[in-house]
Ligand binder design. Structure first.
Ligand code: HEC
Length: 109
């Protein structure tokens, strides 16, 4: 009896984690994210600049979420930390919505 119960609980937990994972980039404002991306990221991350060109379709949705979950930018950690959690969520949302495997893959424009 006990055993059956905990198995059910585990199944419910796993289902929650999976559903939560799929929605990882929910809650950000992609319009703001695009603006913030251009303002805070593009200077370095465009063709001919110091860092490799980076646009939404440089990565898959999962890869973007993983990057923002790690919440580290090794090469200019101060600027990264200066962004609020909401701002990072917005940027995450913009990149996620237009990732390589999204419905609307996009370069930054
Ligand atoms: C001051 C310049 C600078 C700014 C501003 C900057 N980056 Fe970077 N970024 C770099 C450099 C340099 C690297 C390392 C490139 C390499 O690995 O060769 C890097 C690496 C990265 C990587 C890893 C590259 C990869 O292919 O996985 C990601 C993702 C990234 N930056 C995202 C961002 C985002 C998002 C922002 C804006 C919030 C941002 N960066 C702002 C300079 C910058």
């Amino acid at each position: 009896m006990m055993k059956k119960h905990s198995t059910l609980a585990l199944v419910a937990l796993v289902a929650t984690v999976i559903a939560g994972g799929a929605l990882a980039a929910e809650g950000g404002n992609p319009k703001k994210g695009k603006y913030l991306y251009k303002k805070h990221c593009k200077a370095c991350h465009s063709a001919g600049a110091e860092a490799p060109e980076l646009t939404p379709l440089s990565k898959t949705m999962k890869q973007w979420d993983r990057y923002f979950k790690r919440n580290k930018h090794k090469h200019n950690p101060d600027a990264w930390q200066a962004l609020s959690d909401q701002e990072k969520l917005d940027i995450n949302q913009f990149l996620f919505d237009h990732a390589l495997d999204s419905d609307q893959p996009q370069t930054c424009g």
